[in-house]
Write a protein that binds this ligand. Structure first.
Ligand code: NDP
Length: 234
């Protein structure tokens, strides 16, 4: 049955591939954007996840068109890398506010509708950096590790109501975000990837779609690495 799906940051990169994967199977998909509009065939709702009022308005628009959100993919995120001593508090806080508090805001807005339906699927986009840490990413890695604790707490809170909450942890995915990573660092990461290549957004989209499927209904509080083996052992 077609479901109402909302993907934050679904206008480009990994989020766009995720949104397309849901749309291809016939779901009604809304994507958030901050002015770029939506990919063809999808409903675009304008939203900055650092602003709870914009989150509320975006959900209201998506729900008016598609019904209560049954699948939420919290994917919007940023990096702002710097070594600790060159990272002022503002840069630490901005990344936490976007990645971690942003996820909190969209989940909080989505859950009442899911509780009423007594079903729902929530997938949070974390990162291998959140599990292994990375030089220059104290802010980003903290935000992504925080998602794991949040997801597992919510998995416990919401499991009895038929709502699953899971985390996906990609390795390096070739998107605009990866453009900010130096060639030397990319080479270094690649050397640690048993599958011998970086990911395309579609490599992440399939696992997200599956975690939100009926088949994955007995999986909650899980962290699914989609990293070619880069982070094995976490
Ligand atoms: P991109 O930089 O290509 O896209 C980032 C997306 O997040 C855009 O849609 C952007 O919207 C949105 N976004 C950023 N800030 C906000 C905000 N304040 N409010 C609403 N939307 C916002 O990144 P990716 O597609 O690569 O990354 C997607 C997710 O995957 C992120 O959470 C990232 O941390 C994670 N990830 C990425 C990896 C990679 O190697 N690429 C590896 C592991 C995890 P807009 O177009 O308006 O800027």
């Amino acid at each position: 049955m077609a479901r109402s799906v909302l993907v934050t940051g679904g206008n480009r990169g990994i989020g766009r591939a995720v949104a397309q994967a849901f749309a291809r199977q016939g779901d009604r998909v809304a994507v958030t954007h901050r002015g770029s509009g939506a990919p063809p065939g999808m409903l675009g709702v304008k939203c900055d996840v650092t602003d709870a009022a914009q989150v509320d308005a975006a959900f209201a628009e998506a729900e008016a068109a598609h019904g209560p959100v049954e699948v939420l993919v919290s994917n919007a995120g940023i990096t702002d890398d710097a070594l600790l001593l060159r990272m002022p508090e503002e840069r630490f806080a901005r990344v936490l506010d976007t990645n971690l508090a942003g996820a909190y805001r969209v989940v909080r807005r989505a859950v009442p509708g899911m509780l009423r339906m007594r079903r729902g699927r929530i997938v949070l986009m974390s990162s291998v950096s959140g599990l292994s840490g990375a030089v220059g990413q104290a802010n980003y890695a903290a935000s992504k590790a925080g998602m794991v604790g949040m997801a597992r707490s919510l998995a416990r809170e919401l499991g009895g109501r038929g709502i699953t909450v899971n985390v996906v942890a990609p390795g390096l995915v070739l998107t605009d975000m990866a453009e900010t990573v130096s060639a030397a660092r990319k080479e270094q990461m690649l050397a640690g990837v048993p599958l011998g290549r970086h990911a395309e957004p579609e490599d992440v989209a399939g696992p997200v779609r599956w975690l939100a499927s009926e088949e994955a209904g007995y999986i909650t509080g899980a962290v699914l690495p989609v990293d070619g083996g880069l982070g094995m052992g976490h």
